[in-house]
Design a protein around this ligand. Structure first.
Ligand SMILES: [Zn+2]
Length: 448
């Protein structure tokens, strides 16, 4: 999936380029359409050099932008629009006076950066094997591709001829996310548990319906956290390996960018690691009552299955809950997973009791925003899953019935799911995607 990444880098005029020679303290504000922040920086780097500038210091690391309303400045809004259509837009600003020249490059004709090192490291990390069981040790030698979404009744129940839809790593031509059919055996797997520990830990939820127990809520939540840890550890390793790579080949500019990115990724991991330790403790002490949960029941057969987590930044009313870019504070985390029931399914929200201040507020706002309408709660839930979860699969039977216009809306929102480096629109959980899912929440159960 392609997104627009925005970042700023100070630049100096290269020798032989006379235009704007006299200007000092020029900063290039870059809008780049790309699948990830790293490729975005590399593409801009090539373009800036071609344009006669020498990139110096990263002023603002890449953040994902959602729309022109993220910018007060009209120039910036326009540049954002241009980058959507043409792949890249750059605004150069000087401290002395504004140059306000907008340079637009054509993404198609531009010489492609060869990100081979990036892909080499990514491929290696995709095969990384680890066992996250609290008692993992030497015996964990048989790490498997463990499912992060309940398989027997979850994935299988929504599959068609053994297949489900999931997000494809390769975006469509126009840069939007794409959904591809994938076999149930491969869907939503990660190499985060050895066979013995995976069976032992998750047997209870893999072979049974949701029974509204603390233990099951814990297990769903725990699996989400371990999968996220696997993904985020890989990201951090990727950024630091790229940093070392560019240091090695003496590319100072990209070295600085990746230093920033690896620091950012490390910061993002800290809260997650702390949470994992708390969850390990719950398991070791079998103190499942320390996990609070809310389960929303939907009677119709599931159209999506998912397992995700978030650090709630804004609630369903668009009110601020916590500052997720403040790495000094301990971020509160909420998991949300689909779980099969005797009749229909539930979406289980869970959090550790130490996160209850945010978890409870977050869920309370869901009830308030929907004013007791079972359909409005269903719509809010659907919006949350599409906009906040990259680990989801779709029932082919349902997707086939969704109208083209609705599909486009879903893909548009889904394309924005992602990285920790994101400028969030405060109302992203408040509105959007109404009347598409058909989800009606008829019962709400809670542990507190
Ligand atoms: Zn193990």
């Amino acid at each position: 999936m392609s997104d627009i990444y925005f970042f700023a880098v100070s630049v100096e005029r290269k020798k032989g380029f006379s235009l704007y020679r006299e200007l000092e303290d020029v900063v290039a504000h870059c809008f780049v359409k790309s699948v990830d922040p790293v490729s975005a920086c590399m593409r801009a780097d090539v373009f800036l050099k071609k344009d006669g500038w020498e990139p110096c210091e990263l002023q603002l690391p890449p953040v994902k932008v959602y729309g022109r309303k993220d910018f007060d400045d009209e120039y910036f809004s326009e540049a954002y629009e241009k980058s959507l259509k043409q792949g890249m837009a750059i605004i150069y600003k000087a401290q002395s006076r504004e140059v306000s020249e907008t340079t637009v490059s054509d993404a198609v004709s531009e010489k492609k950066v060869n990100p081979s090192k990036f892909h080499e490291v990514s491929a290696k990390l995709r095969n990384r094997k680890v066992c996250y069981h609290p008692e993992a040790g030497e015996k964990c030698d048989n790490v498997i591709r463990a499912h992060s979404i309940q398989k027997s009744r979850g994935l299988k129940s929504i599959s068609k001829n053994g297949h489900v839809y999931r997000l494809s790593h390769k975006p469509q031509e126009d840069g939007a996310a794409d959904f591809k059919l994938i076999g149930v055996e491969k869907a939503s797997t990660f190499q985060g548990f050895c066979k013995t520990h995976d069976n032992e830990l998750f047997e209870l939820i893999d072979n049974n319906d949701f029974d509204f127990s603390h233990e099951q809520a814990f297990l769903y939540s725990y699996r989400s956290i371990c999968r996220e840890l696997y993904v985020k550890e890989n990201q951090e390793t990727l950024m630091s390996e790229m940093r070392d790579h560019f240091e090695g080949i003496g590319d100072d500019h990209l070295f600085k960018i990746f230093s920033e990115l690896s620091i950012g990724a490390g910061n993002g991991l800290r809260s997650l690691n702390e949470t994992k330790v708390k969850y390990d403790q719950v398991f070791i002490e079998q103190a499942f009552g320390d996990i609070e949960w809310v389960a929303l029941h939907i009677r119709r057969p599931p159209s999506l299955m998912f397992s995700g987590l978030m650090y709630p930044d804004f609630d369903f009313l668009g009110r601020k809950l916590q500052e997720i870019n403040d790495f000094e504070t301990f971020l509160r985390l909420v998991t949300f997973c689909s779980a099969p029931c005797r009749e229909g399914w539930v979406c289980v929200f869970s959090w550790h009791k130490d996160h209850a201040d945010i978890g409870r507020k977050f869920i309370a706002s869901l009830a308030v925003s929907s004013e007791g309408s079972s359909q409005a709660i269903g719509d809010s839930l659907f919006r949350l899953v599409i906009s906040g979860c990259d680990n989801l699969v779709i029932a082919p039977g349902w997707w086939g019935k969704v109208g083209e216009e609705e599909k486009e809306k879903i893909v548009g929102v889904f394309s924005n799911v992602g990285s920790p480096m994101t400028l969030i629109d405060e109302s992203y959980l408040k509105e959007g995607l109404e009347g598409i899912s058909g989800w009606e929440v008829d019962e709400i159960y809670q542990s507190f």
